[in-house]
Structure formats: structure tokens, C-alpha cells
Design a protein around this ligand. Structure first.
Ligand code: HEM
Length: 506
């Protein structure tokens, strides 16, 4: 090719590149933010890879204000007052491509779920038939499952740690409990984590590995599509969600091969000891418009969305109670007083006995606020017609999100001590103020796509905390060993304790 033509092509390419960079920069140029955010999402990937994205995001908001440009087309908001606008109850504010990265993709294609789908019609189709299962009144019917798994947990703690006085990371055991309980609630089966005291089938490791791989991809979803979710790479690479999907598929297949009698007996039992899977299968069998893969999608959602998340909050409550003796003593005294006044079921108090205890409730709320399990912005796409947020109009297609960690620590809303553990902030407030604070928490998301399993999680947390406090004396060896890592999932390590059995209060 003649040299002159090469120069013209190179010149045109350079011009196009310059135009593209200028256009990228121009759209949100009035929104303050770190320099590179104007041109590229690569910095967002780097932030996620540091495992400290929550802190970096919080510092960016401290520096630039409530509305910060995180990427060429992405804006982060920190003020909870924006929640009803960005996360409405109606349709029309769909999830961004961030969520596509979490959709498992196998040789059989992708498996969207209630949590991950961007398609609002499909979301409705998947959510409506099963939503009643997650209502508070139905969730309470799962209480016997919680007691069953608490029994296993306590038996293992007694056997392994009480007599030997061995030190162990309580956080691991809370995770084993949360997973084995979700397995029990979902398919009436424990994975064997509690019995073996290890990640026996590698599932916990696989989920964390999945998060480590996928979380950076969420920041630049086209790369994920190219690298993990194309028919070609599916042939060449091992798919990272496969171990979890396998467990889910095996459980469904097993159930489908069980005798008709077993299924019938689950069906007839409408009030207790009936697991999610039996409801899912019945729902699908009685509704022909539901896609054939729904049972797998619902079951997968429970395992992936409902186990680690609940374990994170359990760890936060337990760590903070152990690290703050005054809070610990107040919860313990509240339980003992409740026992004297109205009676508590032993060894594990009932949900109805503990759900309204004010100080326990304040500690659970504070843990939910302080340490949300999902710690990257929950991204939404601005719909047709645009939207006004923080006094500025955003055009269709702009991606806007709030990181629960940042919103939950918004100082004008929660006070100057928003970074600190202070359950008292939930007490002595008038109803309106308390509602406003609760409505400012982003831990369970908000609006149309708010967490479906919130009451399942609250049931588990408010059951396990009294069970541990009433049955064990727990000594935290060193509060400074506690550390956190964020790869969208926000996990903690280092809750090293020794335990003794408590004598029953007279
Ligand atoms: C403390 C525990 C939990 C936390 C903090 C939590 C948090 C969240 C958040 C933040 C979302 C919304 C994500 C978004 O908008 O991007 C969500 C959605 C969801 N969660 Fe949870 N979750 C918890 C426990 C559970 C449990 C136990 C289950 C199931 C039993 C569950 C099932 C779901 C489902 C199905 C969705 C999708 C809802 C929808 O899109 O309509 N979660 N969760």
C-alpha cells in the first residue's frame, strides 16, 4: 500500500479515536470525580481488584460529594435521599449489564435468575409465582429447619471446642451454619459442612473464586461477554459457576427421582417442614407459562444469594458483640430479663420470643448497616426521558448506582459516628425518624428489586444470636485479627474465639 494511503488511514483512525475520547469525556463532564474516570472503566476494575473498593468509593465521595463520576458513563450516588428515585417500586429503571456477569454460562447456555436478570418482563415472570414463599408469615414456617441446624451446630461446637478449649474462627462456623441451613431450607439437605468442619465439597471456595473472577468483570461487562460468556470460550475454558450449578442440578434431579410418596407428603404439609424445592416444583407443575428452567433458577438464587450474605451479617453481629462488651452485656441481660418476664424456649428461643427485643433488634440493624454483604454500587440504567438526581438531569442510558457500604455510612443521614458500631442510634427514636433511618439502609437493596430473602435472613440471624449467647461463654482472643475483603461479596476473617458451655440460668 502506498505510504500516503497508510498515512491517511492512520490519520483518520487517530481522528476517530480523539473524537471517541472527547465524546466519552463530554457526556458527564460536569460531574466531579477521579481524572481517569472521565475516559475509562479500567480504574474501576483496579479498585475492585484491590479488595478495598468500598473504602475507595467512600473516600471518593468524601472528596467529591454525593454525586461522583466513577466511569465514562457511570455515576455513583451516596445520599440515601435518592433511593426512591433510583430504585422505584415500578418498572422502568432496569439493572445494568453489571449483573450479566453473574449469570452462569455453561455449554447449555446461560441461566438468568431473579437476582441477575436485566429483562424486567422475565423478572416479573420469575418473581411473582414464588414471592409469597418469602413473606414473613411463610418464612416463619421454616423455623423448625433453623432449630434442626442449630442443634447440629451446637453439637459440633461442644464436641470440637468446649472440652478441648481449642481456638477456632467463629466466622467459619457461622458460614457453615448459613450454608447448611440454606441447603436444609431449600432441599432438605445439609452439605455436610457442619459435620465435617471443612469446605467438604469445595463449594465455599468455588463461590469465592467465582466472586474473585467475576467482580472485576462487572465493571467492564463487554469483556466478561467476550472472555467468559461466548460459545467459543465455553468450549475452551472451564466455566466458573459449574460446581454450584452441579450441586443445584443434582439436588433437583434427586428430588425428581424420589418416590411419589415423599413428594406428596411434602405437598400435604403446608405449615412446616416443607422446603423451598417442594414449593418450586409444585409452582412450576401448576403454571404452564413458567419457563422450564425456573426451578433451577430459583434454587440457584437461594444458594448463591442467600447463604454467604446471611453469614456476613451473622459474623458482623457476633464480632461486634464480642468486641464491644457493653453491647454484649446489654443483649445478654435483655434475653435473661425476657426469660424471667415471659419465658424463653431453651436451648433455642423461638422467633416469636425474640423478634421484638429492642436491643437485639438494634444490634442486628446496626450490623446490617455497618457491613453490607454486597459492596459495589447496585447499578441501574436511566430510562427514556432521563431523570433528575442531585439537581442534575441525566440522559437515557447513563448508569447510576449506590454502593450500600457508602450509603449506609452517609454522615448527614446517620451522624458523624456513621463509621462506628453504635446500636444506640436505633433506640429512642420516634417512629418517623426510625422509619427514615431504616429506609436509608441499602443493605437489602431497595424498590422493585429489593432482596426477596430479607425475612429468611432476619429469621436466621435473630435465632442464632440468642442461641449462641445463651448457651456459650465466648471469648474473642484479639479484636485486631478481624479483617475484611471485598470482591462484591464482602467477607470477614479472624473472629478467633474460645468457648465454654454456659450453665442454664436458674
Ligand atoms: C443478610 C442477608 C442478605 C442480604 C444482605 C441480601 C442482599 C440483597 C441485595 C442487596 C439484593 C438486591 C441486589 C440489587 O439490587 O442489585 C438482593 C436480592 C435478592 N436476594 Fe438477597 N440478601 C440476603 C439474603 C437473602 C436470602 C436468605 C435469600 C433467599 C432465601 C435472598 C434472595 C434474594 C433474591 C432472590 C434477590 C433478587 C430479588 C429481585 O431481583 O427481585 N437474599 N439481596
Amino acid at each position: 500500500m502506498p505510504r500516503a494511503s497508510v498515512s491517511v488511514i492512520a490519520g483518520l483512525l487517530a481522528l476517530y479515536l480523539f473524537y471517541h475520547i472527547f465524546q466519552t469525556y463530554r457526556g458527564l463532564r460536569d460531574i466531579p470525580g477521579p481524572f481517569w474516570a472521565k475516559f475509562t472503566n479500567l480504574q474501576r476494575i483496579y479498585w475492585v481488584r484491590t479488595m478495598r473498593a468500598h473504602e475507595i468509593h467512600q473516600k471518593a465521595h468524601e472528596k467529591y460529594g454525593d454525586c461522583v463520576r466513577f466511569g465514562p458513563h457511570m455515576v455513583s450516588i451516596s445520599d440515601p435521599a435518592v433511593i426512591p428515585i433510583l430504585y422505584p417500586m415500578r418498572t422502568g429503571f432496569p439493572k445494568s449489564k453489571f449483573y450479566r456477569a453473574f449469570i452462569p454460562y455453561t455449554k447449555g447456555g446461560s441461566l438468568p435468575a431473579v437476582f441477575t436478570t436485566q429483562d424486567e418482563q422475565l423478572h416479573k415472570q420469575l418473581k411473582i409465582p414464588i414471592a409469597p414463599l418469602y413473606s414473613l408469615s411463610n418464612v416463619v414456617t421454616f423455623e423448625s429447619f433453623v432449630d434442626e441446624v442449630l442443634q447440629v451446630l451446637c453439637h459440633q461446637l461442644d464436641k470440637r471446642f468446649v472440652e478441648s478449649q481449642a481456638t477456632f474462627d467463629l466466622g467459619n462456623w457461622l458460614q457453615y451454619f448459613a450454608f447448611d441451613l440454606m441447603g436444609t431450607m431449600t432441599f432438605s439437605k445439609r452439605y455436610g459442612l457442619l459435620e465435617t468442619g471443612t469446605d467438604i465439597n469445595g463449594m465455599l471456595g468455588a463461590i469465592w473464586e467465582f466472586m474473585l473472577t467475576i467482580a472485576p468483570m462487572t465493571q467492564i461487562p463487554w469483556l466478561d461477554k467476550l472472555w467468559y460468556k461466548s460459545p467459543l470460550t465455553t468450549l475452551l475454558k472451564k466455566q466458573i459457576a459449574s460446581p454450584i450449578l452441579k450441586i443445584v442440578s443434582d439436588s433437583i434431579n434427586e428430588r425428581q427421582h424420589e418416590t411419589k410418596d415423599t413428594v406428596e407428603s411434602q405437598k400435604g404439609n403446608s405449615t412446616s417442614n416443607r422446603d423451598f424445592l417442594s414449593y418450586f416444583l409444585e409452582t412450576q407443575a401448576t403454571n404452564s407459562s413458567i419457563p422450564s428452567w425456573s426451578v433451577k433458577a430459583w434454587t440457584f438464587s437461594n444458594v448463591i444469594a442467600g447463604s454467604d450474605s446471611t453469614a456476613v451479617v451473622m459474623r458482623t453481629v457476633m464480632y461486634n458483640l464480642l468486641a464491644h462488651q457493653d453491647s454484649f452485656n446489654r443483649v445478654y441481660e435483655e434475653l435473661i430479663n425476657a426469660e424471667k418476664m415471659t419465658g424463653l424456649t431453651r436451648p433455642f428461643p423461638k422467633w416469636s420470643e425474640v423478634k421484638d427485643l429492642p436491643y437485639l433488634d438494634a444490634c442486628v440493624n446496626e450490623a446490617i448497616r455497618l457491613h453490607p454483604p454486597f459492596c459495589l454500587p447496585l447499578e441501574r440504567v436511566v430510562p427514556k426521558g432521563g431523570v433528575e438526581i442531585c439537581g442534575r438531569r441525566f440522559t437515557e442510558g447513563t448508569v447510576i448506582g449506590m454502593n450500600p457500604y457508602v450509603a449506609n455510612r452517609h454522615r448527614p443521614t446517620f451522624g458523624e459516628d456513621a463509621d462506628l458500631w453504635n446500636p444506640e442510634r436505633w433506640l429512642g427514636k420516634d417512629v418517623a425518624h426510625r422509619r427514615k433511618l431504616e429506609g436509608s439502609i441499602m443493605t437489602f437493596g431497595a424498590g422493585r428489586r429489593i432482596c426477596m430473602g430479607k425475612y429468611v435472613a432476619l429469621l436466621e440471624i435473630k435465632k442464632i444470636v440468642p442461641a449462641l449467647l445463651l448457651n456459650y461463654e465466648i471469648q474473642l482472643l484479639d479484636a485486631r485479627s478481624y479483617s475484611v475483603e471485598n470482591s462484591y461479596f464482602f467477607r470477614q476473617t479472624g473472629i478467633d474465639v474460645k468457648i465454654k458451655r454456659r450453665l442454664m440460668a436458674a
